[in-house]
Ligand binder design. Structure first.
Ligand code: GSH
Length: 399
């Protein structure tokens, strides 16, 4: 099956951003061409799709403004992501008690050929958003094919079809052209897991199990906050799980909540810890997001400067230690203590908690914060095992 997969082969954005913004530009933010072979070294299992853009700005002055906005916007979107509160809130801030370390295999969830043939998925994402990385790690592990639309973090025009203004969004298009939209990384993962592991194959119906709750934010910016109920619940429909399976499900759910409520908030204060690290992080973000050279330069300095200061606020908000690395190390150690002697928390294969922790950590793999964490804790071997399982689609029906 691997041979038939599409993947991103080269970075298709050859024009500079100045050219792209010039009066004659018709297709802004062209994405990469489509290749045919899957490389196990490449992290994901997808095809980039091209979004046609109408002219955004016709004058070069627009370029300058747009670049500054992009840098700032990337930072603000990322800060919003992680609950800094530019009009959005975060959920699941509960710190779970220590896991019992249950020694039971997670029930094998497999995507059958029949299920897979029903799925035509498109992921709207930012390449380095931890929540998007989490969804990709899930899809890749199960060998689910999907297209990717990289969203521009400032204009977010690619999301204009949706009321929900965050990424990831996963859209399923059935053979009749009906579209089903799934929002929120954890809802996406829970809904697809429900689809895979039960007789319920009506994805539209499954999404109704995760109803939207909108609350008015009390913040100065006063925007509405959208949350989804049951987001960590797999809807099995019928009882009859063994006691051990129930314990396993509770453990898996608790640690998935921990990822969104705790772990993810430790990332920005660590990757933007010093001005040098902030520049390194923005270099990485622009590289991974395939920014053009001018956009890269602006995002590197404006974005890095902005996020350096924003991350100080996040450090305070989420009560990280003075030396923020220590909080990251504590989190890694806590996770490894929960995994215990097991190969994965899920036993001999990753469960949804393994995939969530891996996905979120993979968003800053290679940066100083990541390397320090691997050096100072025992998380490295587990991380590599999980990565291997994800990139080789260990959860797919072929394995
Ligand atoms: N709870 C959501 C959080 C998603 C999120 O915050 N995404 C960020 C990008 S990493 C975003 O779209 N931020 C834009 C904004 O908040 O305006 C999830 O798990 O998917």
């Amino acid at each position: 099956m691997a041979g038939s997969l599409n993947r991103l082969t080269t970075l298709g954005t050859k024009k500079t951003l100045l050219q792209l913004f010039s009066a004659n530009s018709r297709n802004l933010f062209l994405k990469a061409p489509i290749g045919q072979n899957f490389s196990p070294n490449y992290r994901s299992y997808y095809t980039f799709v091209t979004i046609k853009r109408s002219k955004l700005f016709s004058r070069r002055i627009g370029t300058f403004v747009a670049l500054i906005c992009t840098a700032g916007g990337t930072g603000i979107s990322y800060a919003n992501t992680l609950g800094f509160g530019f009009g959005t809130g975060s959920s699941a801030d509960q710190h779970p008690p220590k896991a019992e370390g249950v020694n039971v295999e997670s029930a094998k969830r497999v995507l059958t050929y029949e299920d897979a043939s029903q799925l035509r998925l498109t992921l709207y994402q930012y390449q380095v958003c931890p929540f998007c990385c989490k969804v990709r790690s899930f899809l890749d592990f199960y060998g689910v094919k999907y297209d990717i639309v990289e969203v521009d973090p400032v204009m977010r025009r690619e999301l204009k079809f949706s009321e929900y203004r965050k990424v990831p969004i996963l859209v399923q298009k059935d053979s009749k052209g009906n579209e089903i939209q799934m929002n929120d990384s954890s809802v996406i993962i829970s809904a697809l897991t429900t689809f895979m592991s039960t007789d319920q194959k009506d994805l539209q119906l499954i999404t109704t199990y995760y109803p939207k709750v909108t609350t008015e934010s009390k913040s100065f910016w006063g925007r509405k906050t959208v949350e989804y109920m049951n987001r960590y619940n797999i809807m099995l429909g019928k009882p009859g799980r063994s006691k051990a399976e129930n314990v396993h499900c509770r453990e898996e759910k608790k640690w998935r909540e921990w990822v969104d409520g705790v772990l993810v908030h430790y990332i920005p204060p660590n990757i933007y810890r010093t001005p040098t690290e902030a520049v390194q992080a923005f270099d990485y973000i622009s590289e991974m997001s395939h920014y053009g050279s001018v956009k890269k330069l602006f995002s590197k300095y404006f974005g890095a400067a902005g996020m350096y200061f924003v991350s100080k606020g996040l450090k305070k908000k989420y009560e990280l230690k003075d030396d923020v690395r220590q909080s990251l190390y504590d989190a890694s150690r806590e996770w490894m203590a929960a995994v215990g002697e097991r190969e994965f928390m899920g036993g001999s294969q990753p469960n949804l908690a393994d995939l969530a922790v891996y996905g979120v950590l993979s968003s800053f793999e290679g940066l100083d914060a990541f390397n320090d964490m691997v050096r100072e804790t025992t998380i490295g071997p587990w991380y590599q095992r999980t990565k291997q399982a994800v990139i080789s689609h260990k959860g797919s029906m072929n394995n």
